[in-house]
Design a protein. Structure first.
Length: 233
């Protein structure tokens, strides 16, 4: 897909991976709308329309899609809410269930957003490397990521010729890991020490993976790993 003159909606686009993706979309000539639960926390986004919307709110989301129609690209890196972590047998089950808000948010984006997507449009969702190689304490994030990836494989034939793909990041150096650079650096180094590429990734590296599936019209129903070799370590 040539993005010149196209319109892209990016959920979770005000920081980290979403923000890096917006910058790349703009560089390719796309008009971009960034959607976030908290757009007031957005950084400097010149030329980008900022919209407040929670992907879990179906009524608000349907209204947003109708207002923004037509569009050519839907990208969602929105978490949908809190994510539970820690040993499964000690995990608060309410927190575990709440982790699936990410899946329900993605479901809403695809179900409600496809109607106004252009005929050659495409959707990209973001999962995570633990979906296929979880480590202890990652039962919730692995379960949700696995569900997202299977969801995309299942719906791709139904959406064709419109395309849908997943990008699966590993450990990425984003603000979610805290503002203390020294502490964050030590934590990220420990988390990635056994990777084939033993460092944290950057938001721009993940955004490049997203751009690949957005622009390659011969890719659908698949998962692209951008994880430094996490799943092979």
């Amino acid at each position: 897909m040539n993005l010149q003159g196209k319109k892209a909606l990016v959920f979770g686009g005000t920081s980290g991976i979403g923000l890096a993706t917006i910058n790349m979309l703009q560089a390719q000539g796309a008009a971009v709308v960034a959607i976030s639960r908290n757009p007031d926390k957005a950084g400097d986004l010149p030329g980008v329309e900022l919209v407040a919307c929670d992907v879990r709110d179906e009524q608000a989301l349907a209204a947003l899609f109708a207002t923004q129609a037509p569009y050519d690209v839907l990208i969602s890196a929105a978490t949908g809410g809190e994510r539970a972590a820690g040993p499964f047998l000690q995990m608060d089950l309410a927190g575990y269930r709440g982790s699936f808000d990410k899946l329900w948010g993605y479901t809403n984006v695809v179900r409600l957003g496809t109607e106004h997507l252009s005929a050659d449009g495409n959707i990209v969702l973001v999962s995570g490397a633990p979906a296929r190689r979880p480590k202890p304490g990652q039962a919730a994030i692995a379960s949700v990521g696995g569900a997202v990836e299977q969801f995309v494989r299942a719906v791709a034939p139904e959406l064709a010729p419109k395309r849908i793909n997943v990008v699966s990041p590993g450990v990425i150096d984003t603000p979610m890991f805290g503002n203390d650079a020294e502490a964050r650096g030590k934590m990220l180094a420990g988390a990635t020490a056994k990777n084939l590429i033993p460092r944290a990734g950057t938001p721009e590296e993940v955004a490049a993976g997203i751009m690949f599936v957005v622009q390659n019209d011969f890719v659908t129903g698949t998962t692209i790993d951008v994880d430094g070799g996490w799943v092979h370590a």
